[in-house]
Ligand binder design. Structure first.
Ligand SMILES: [Zn+2]
Length: 288
């Protein structure tokens, strides 16, 4: 049984995204027995990072896109093409907010009808919904963001709840939804008390972590100002204020969730020609 999250990108916000100060590729979540492969919020950098760790996109079975901002969805069409083996096999599931899949209030849809219809299953979500993602129960929580249909997620594993709080402004009603989480993956866009609308800063992160009291908190979705002001120090401020182990995420960091939480770094490869066996090659007969 495997519960492993690989952080394909720990940046967020428009400037980090446009300059790729950090990658913004979301997360790969391997879960269950047999293991299932879920991609969450594949923003820019997702494909490059999967290539760097030799991840075969053909293994992906489900894709979740929290909302209609490019740092959460822009690599999704190619992830869907990987999931459906180049678009030839109808398989897999796509879960998205109404803005992502249908378009709502002037936002989205973020994917072409062609790509939305490639997977076998598609489902929109709203706060309060419970998803079955390849056997894993996922609770949908509300968020307060400039895409009003954005949500957060509680992934229920046999080793406790792992929550991914997608972009939101903070208030206690947002935090209360995550009480009971063992791991809190938190988008902390700005440092100190630099509150920007619709997002969290270190000060609001401290309020939330103090309320939820997880075993581990990981900062992600770090904006360019956060990155210029020592994210590790910001995380340490949160740890000192709350007593909760808090880390600033790093690109290609791996979190294993079991009896113990274990952090490591994904193995990387430098081989531009690598592709999985199902990718096209010359027919044997034509090879000389
Ligand atoms: Zn956003």
């Amino acid at each position: 049984m495997v519960y492993r999250i690989t952080f394909l990108g720990t940046g967020g916000g428009r400037h980090t995204t446009m300059y790729q100060t950090r990658c913004t590729g979301g997360m790969l979540f391997e879960h269950g027995d047999p293991v299932h492969y879920l991609h969450i919020d594949p923003g820019p950098g997702a494909l490059t990072q999967m290539k760097n760790i030799r991840y075969d996109l053909g293994k992906t079975e489900s894709l979740i896109i929290s909302h209609a901002h490019p740092d959460h969805y822009s690599d999704a069409p190619s992830v869907i093409e990987g999931m459906t083996r180049g678009g030839w096999i109808k398989r897999g599931s796509i879960f998205g907010s109404p803005t992502v899949l249908d378009g709502e209030g002037g936002l989205g849809p973020c994917l072409s009808p062609y790509h939305i219809n490639l997977p076998e299953h598609r489902q929109t979500f709203r706060p309060g919904n419970v998803l079955d993602v390849d056997g894993m129960k996922v609770d949908i929580c509300s968020a307060r963001h400039s895409d009003p249909t954005n949500v957060g997620f509680r992934f229920n594993t046999p080793y406790g709840v792992v929550s991914y709080v997608s972009d939101t402004e903070y208030d206690d009603d947002i935090g209360e939804q995550y009480i009971g989480s063992r791991v809190l993956i938190l988008p902390v866009t700005t440092p100190h008390n630099n509150k920007i609308r619709w997002h969290m800063c270190t000060d609001t992160a401290i309020e939330m972590v103090d309320l939820v009291k997880p075993e581990l908190c990981i900062f992600i979705h770090m904006g360019i100002v956060m990155l210029k002001h020592d994210p590790a120090k910001q995380a340490k401020m949160c740890e000192d204020a709350t007593g909760v182990k808090t880390l600033a995420g790093e690109d290609l960091m791996v979190l294993d969730i079991a009896e113990e939480l274990k952090l490591s770094k994904a193995q990387t490869f430098n081989d531009r020609l690598w592709a999985p066996k199902w990718a096209p090659d010359m027919p044997e007969a034509s090879k000389k």
